[in-house]
Ligand binder design. Structure first.
Ligand code: SF4
Length: 502
């Protein structure tokens, strides 16, 4: 088969501003800064020149031109690249497309009434409907213990003054001693704020559909995520709660300082990741390793994406259809992974410790307790990782690494649900960085296990506490920078996982 010559041109809707040296994509709102060399290449893209002619025209080396072209190709800025994604973006902008819902088949939820979510959330924002509904209630008669207590607080934010549920002694003012919601108990579920009615689901508008998934933070996750109606039966109710207009989530994905690509590619990776976990119910560690190896092989392939018509689609399809063979890590790589894990634990502890003493952002009681608990678990995990790093390098007797971490098929099944929810939604990335997101996923898994370690002969009794501690604490935004700073160690940490849990 003869390949059509690769003579690229920009997509017609792109706007180039030569003086200010940027290229703007009105479909995704991407604004790409161009250095002088990139600008010269972009200006020469007329659909008649291949890389060699472009190099001549722009006065650059062929290699430099190919780097620029690959960057534009992976961002779907060249005509024909990411056709399906681009067509959907165009249709959405023109108002000709309605996004379908996209959910995980096994997703379900039933509240177990622990009340933990009402003690440890960050802030619960109230919209005008929430304010009007709750204001119309006779709170004084139904909840006399609330007398004189304001039930919302108005706080200045970067987007102006916004209103949030108020708290008393660090918990929501409406939470009853019994752990039930006072609003729900007195007036029925329909009067609760929308955020509370949506919990634990969250919604993400993407070009392939409106993703609805569990945030996985419920304090009774082991039971709640396997009970109740399937999420597919809740979509009408969820649609009513989130309303019709939401911003499309379509960021540039950053898989390294030089590798940036369109979110459409990441959506295909996500689909394959969650599909593989469902198709082959492996152990939790094997699932994580598989996810990391697939991501790594895709990122490596994209970094050298051929400059051809039909790319990067062909490449993405080939990589996602292939197996990722395991490569036994060297002792030095194992030690590096364990050391990175220990360093990560140290840094996370430092930042969390500061959060406990930050007068600017007072913590709710439940969250404070979880952060305090996590400091201890992170210290134990760090110690474990340090001793595993030493073991990998020394051939002498093993160093003490603390109590054995729990394992077993029931735990694996729960972690598979948790991993699928995380990899399906926006928690798969930290600040649009999938490597940092993967690192957080691995650390959440280790932290959950460490929190369960040595606590009873039946680790399932403690799964919920460990899992919610890991997910709630590690998703705090002040920790994002730590995961980003350590993302270059992600592959080593993953390859060391079997050793770290042994
Ligand atoms: S309003 Fe009810 S459901 Fe919402 S946080 Fe308060 S107690 Fe919990």
């Amino acid at each position: 088969m003869v390949l059509k010559p690769f003579c690229p041109r920009l997509r017609p809707e792109l706007r180039l501003h030569p003086q200010q040296r940027w290229l703007r994509d009105p479909l995704t709102r991407l604004e790409l800064a161009l250095d002088p060399g990139s600008l010269a290449v972009v200006q020469a893209l007329d659909g008649t020149r291949g890389p060699a002619e472009l190099a001549q025209q722009a006065g650059l080396s062929r290699g430099a031109v190919e780097t620029v072209l690959r960057r534009l190709l992976l961002l779907h800025l060249l005509e024909g690249a990411g056709q399906e994604t681009v067509e959907t973006l165009r249709a959405l902008q023109a108002g000709n497309h309605e996004l379908p819902f996209s959910v995980l088949r096994e997703g379900r939820f039933a509240c177990q009434g622990s009340g933990a979510c009402c003690r440890s959330y960050g802030r619960c924002e109230l919209d005008d409907d929430d304010l009007a509904t709750i204001s119309s209630l006779d709170l004084g008669s139904a909840l006399p213990e609330l007398a004189g207590t304001p039930w919302f607080e108005a706080l200045p934010t970067s987007g102006g003054v916004r209103k949030f549920l108020a708290s008393r002694n660090g918990v929501c003012v409406f939470l009853l001693e019994s752990g039930l919601c006072g609003l729900h108990a007195a007036f029925g579920e329909a009067v609760k704020p929308k955020v509370c009615r949506l919990y634990p689901y969250t919604v993400l508008h993407t070009v392939i559909g409106v993703k609805v998934y569990d945030q996985g933070e419920c304090a009774r996750f082991a039971t709640s995520s396997r009970s109740g109606p399937p999420v597919s039966e809740e979509l009408e109710r969820i649609q009513e709660l989130v309303g019709p207009t939401r911003t499309l989530y379509h960021p540039v994905v950053r898989a390294g300082s030089q590798l940036h690509f369109d979110f459409g590619i990441f959506l295909r990776l996500q689909k394959e990741l969650v599909g593989r976990i469902a198709r082959a119910p492996l152990t939790a560690v094997a699932c994580l390793l598989q996810a990391a190896r697939l991501q790594r092989s895709l990122f490596d392939a994209l970094a050298g994406c051929p400059l051809q018509v039909g790319q990067p689609e062909k490449l993405v399809q080939t990589v996602l259809a292939a197996d990722c063979p395991a490569v036994a890590p060297t002792k030095a790589a194992l030690a590096a992974g364990a050391q990175a894990c220990a360093g990560l634990c140290d840094q996370l502890r430092e930042v969390l410790h500061s959060s406990l003493h930050d007068p600017e952002t007072p913590l709710r009681r439940g969250m404070r307790a979880q952060i305090e608990g996590s400091l201890e678990v992170l210290a134990a995990l760090g110690q474990r990782a340090t001793s595993k790093a030493a073991d990998a390098l020394l051939s002498g007797p093993e160093l003490p690494s603390g109590p054995k971490l729990p394992s077993g098929p029931e735990l694996d099944a729960l972690f598979r649900i948790s991993f699928r929810q995380t990899l399906f939604g926006d928690f798969a990335m930290v600040q649009e960085r999938p490597r940092a997101g993967l690192l957080r996923l691995a650390l959440g898994f280790l932290l959950s296990l460490q929190a369960m370690a040595g606590r009873s002969t039946d680790p399932l009794q403690h799964f919920d506490a460990g899992h919610s501690l890991a997910l709630r604490v590690l998703r705090r935004h002040e920790l994002d920078g730590v995961f980003v700073a350590f993302e270059e160690h992600v592959w080593d940490v993953f390859e060391a996982l079997p050793e770290l849990v042994a």
